[in-house]
Design a protein around this ligand. Structure first.
Ligand code: ADP
Ligand code: ASP
Ligand code: MG
Length: 400
C-alpha cells in the first residue's frame, strides 16, 4: 500500500515530537507500506519568520517572503529524515523543488500546476521513506513559491493525487474533525465521517484543521482522506463523497473565522458599473472578498460594505484609495464570521431561522448574513464570537 502522511506543526514541534513521529512512521514501514511523508514547519515557526519580515516592512516583497517562509519546512523535513536514518530506516528529505512540485508564479499563495513524480517514485523504488517539505514548490522560472497558510495539507493531497496513493493521512493535534473547534466548545463531538463539501465549507469558513484548497483538490482528484491525531492511535475522521455518508446530519458543524475585517466605503456614487469597478480592482489585487452589502442609495450616493481577510487590509486600503470610488474607506477588525454548515439544509427549512433566533436570545447583533445551499454565515462582533459558537452548538444539539 502507498501511503501519504502529513504531520502538522504541533506534531513536529520539538525534538521529542519528531522522534515520536519517526517511530510512528517506522512502525508503518515495518508493516510493508511505502511512505511519502509531508511535514510542516515546527509550530509557531512560520509566524516567527513572518514576524521577522514585518520588522522591516508592512508589505514585504512576496518573492522574498516565499524564500523566507519555505525555510521552516526544510528544517523539519531534514531533521525527520536524519532521525529515521539514525533508527536504521533509509530515508531521504526533499524540498518542494526536489519533489518536483511546480506552481504558478503567485508568490505566497501559489497554485500547484504539476508534480513531476519521477524523483519520488525512484526513491520509493529504492525502498526509501520519502520526506517532503510541505507548503512549497517552484515556479516555472525556478523561483521558490509557497502555497498559502496551512499549505502543507495541500502538498500532501496533491502528492497523494499525483502518486495515486491508497490513502492520504493528515496527522494533527486533534483526533479528527469535530462538530466545532474543541478548543472553543469542549462538548464538541468527533465526527466519524464528513462529506468533502461540508468539510470544504467548514475549512473555508475558518476551521483551520484542514486547509480549504486541500479539501477542494482531494474532492477533485478523489483522494481518500483521513484526519487523525499524531498523539494517539484513535481512528480519526474520514472525508468522503456525500453519497457514501451513512447518516446525513441536518447540521454537521459550526465554524468561526477570526481573520475577518469589515470594509465600509462611504459616499459611493450610485450608478451602473461602480460595483464592477470596485470588485474588479480587488480581484486584480487578489483580495478575497466575501460578504457584500449595498445600502439603498440616497441622493445619488450610497454605502457599500464587504468583508475581507484581515491580512489583506493594507492592500485593500491602497486599492480603494487608488480608484477613489468612495469618499471614505473605513475598516473594522473587531468582527468574526460564525457559520453553521450541513448538507441536511438542502432538504430542510428553518435552519437559518434557528441560527438567527439563537443569536437573538443571546442578544448578539447580526451585522451581515450570507447563505448557500449548505451553510448560513453571520458577521458579528468579535467579543461574542465564541459565545455564539457555543450557543449555536447547543441549539442544533450537536453534543449528542
Ligand atoms: P496542524 O498544525 O496540524 O496543521 P492546525 O493548527 O492547522 O494543525 O489545525 C488543527 C486545529 O484546528 C486544532 O487544534 C483545532 O483547534 C482547530 N479546529 C478548528 N475547527 C476544528 C474542528 N471542527 N475540528 C477539529 N479541529 C478544529
Ligand atoms: N507552516 C505553514 C503555516 O504555518 C504551512 C503549514 O503548516 O501547513 O501556514
Ligand atoms: Mg494546518
Amino acid at each position: 500500500m502507498l501511503v501519504v502522511q502529513k504531520y502538522g506543526g504541533t506534531s513536529v514541534g520539538s525534538i521529542e515530537r519528531i522522534k515520536e513521529v519517526a517511530k510512528r512512521i517506522a512502525k508503518r514501514k515495518k508493516v510493508g507500506d511505502d511512505l511519502v511523508v509531508v511535514v510542516s514547519a515546527m509550530s509557531g515557526e512560520t509566524n516567527k519568520l513572518a514576524e521577522l519580515a514585518s520588522q522591516f516592512s508592512l508589505n514585504p516583497n512576496r518573492r522574498e517572503m516565499d524564500l523566507l517562509l519555505s525555510s521552516g519546512e526544510r528544517v523539519t523535513s531534514a531533521l525527520l529524515a536524519i532521525a529515521l536514518s539514525d533508527m536504521g530506516y533509509e530515508s531521504i528529505a526533499l524540498s518542494g523543488r526536489q519533489a518536483g512540485i511546480v506552481t504558478d508564479g503567485k508568490h505566497t499563495k501559489a497554485k500547484i500546476e504539476h508534480i513531476y513524480t519521477q524523483a519520488m517514485k525512484e526513491k520509493l523504488k529504492q525502498g526509501k521513506i520519502v520526506v517532503v517539505a510541505g507548503f512549497q514548490g517552484i515556479t516555472h522560472v525556478g523561483e521558490v513559491s509557497t502555497l498559502g497558510r496551512g499549505g502543507s495539507d495541500l502538498s500532501a493531497v496533491a502528492i497523494a493525487g499525483a502518486l495515486k496513493a491508497d490513502i492520504c493521512e493528515i496527522y494533527t493535534d486533534v483526533d479528527g474533525i469535530y462538530t466545532t473547534d474543541p478548543r472553543i466548545e469542549p462538548k464538541a463531538k468527533k465526527l466519524k465521517e464528513i462529506s468533502y463539501d461540508e468539510m470544504l465549507e467548514l475549512a473555508s469558513l475558518g476551521a483551520k484543521v484542514l486547509q480549504a484548497r486541500s479539501v477542494e483538490l482531494a474532492k477533485k482528484l478523489n483522494v481518500n482522506l483521513v484526519t487523525r491525531s499524531s498523539f494517539n492511535e484513535d481512528e480519526g475522521t474520514y472525508i468522503l463523497k456525500e453519497e457514501d455518508i451513512m447518516e446525513k446530519a441536518l447540521v454537521s458543524g459550526i465554524a468561526i473565522d477570526k481573520n475577518q475585517a469589515r470594509v465600509t466605503l462611504r459616499g459611493v456614487s450610485d450608478k451602473p458599473g461602480i460595483a464592477a469597478e470596485i470588485f474588479r480592482k480587488l480581484s486584480q489585487e487578489d483580495v478575497n472578498v466575501d460578504m457584500i452589502i449595498q445600502n439603498v442609495g440616497v441622493d445619488g450616493s450610497t454605502n457599500l460594505g464587504f468583508t475581507i481577510p484581515q491580512n489583506e487590509l493594507e492592500i485593500t486600503d491602497k486599492a480603494m484609495r487608488d480608484i477613489g470610488a468612495s469618499q471614505s474607506v473605513e475598516f473594522d477588525k473587531n468582527v468574526v464570521k460564525v457559520s453553521v454548515v450541513g448538507v441536511g439544509m438542502k432538504s430542510h427549512s428553518g435552519v437559518a431561522c434557528t441560527a438567527f433566533d439563537t443569536l437573538a436570545d443571546e442578544n448578539i447583533n447580526i451585522e451581515m448574513i450570507s447563505t448557500s445551499e449548505i451553510k448560513v454565515s453571520m458577521i458579528i462582533s468579535e467579543k461574542y464570537g465564541e459565545l455564539a459558537v457555543r450557543a449555536l452548538h447547543d441549539a442544533y444539539k450537536l453534543d449528542n
